[in-house]
Design a protein around this ligand. Sequence first.
Ligand SMILES: Cc1cc2nc3c(=O)[nH]c(=O)nc-3n(C[C@H](O)[C@H](O)[C@H](O)COP(=O)(O)OP(=O)(O)OC[C@H]3O[C@@H](n4cnc5c(N)ncnc54)[C@H](O)[C@@H]3O)c2cc1C
Length: 84
Amino acid sequence: MLGVHAQTWQHCFALLSPERASVLPELQRAVGWLHFAGDYTSETAGTHGAYSEGERVAAQIRAAMKPTSQPAQPWMPRDELQQQ
Ligand SMILES: Cc1cc2nc3c(=O)[nH]c(=O)nc-3n(C[C@H](O)[C@H](O)[C@H](O)COP(=O)(O)OP(=O)(O)OC[C@H]3O[C@@H](n4cnc5c(N)ncnc54)[C@H](O)[C@@H]3O)c2cc1C
């Protein structure tokens, strides 16, 4: 062993600041078929938020691919999708 480097990280999560919370629906909004999912689009920080965002976007894509009488729109944010 040549040495050890210890590092502390002040901000390793995408914390939900009031500013980010206010634009969260816009951050979650897809642009056409391009979807955004990660801790930065989540309501919670860290890997849990990134995971739940992956699930949200996967559900949107599945819903958009499913033929229904009222097709889901790929740009729907989470709250609108859950009302369906
Ligand atoms: C030091 C540290 C410690 C942490 N500890 C914890 C912890 O204990 N618990 C916890 O829950 N969270 C922890 N986190 C936070 C956690 O790592 C993140 O919240 C989580 O990884 C975010 O996932 P993500 O998928 O949004 O982004 P990422 O995991 O950053 O994934 C983004 C991916 O996109 C890739 N990428 C970027 N640009 C491009 C491009 N142009 N083309 C192709 N690929 C690209 C990157 O290489 C990366 O693989 C920690 C973070 C850090 C930095």
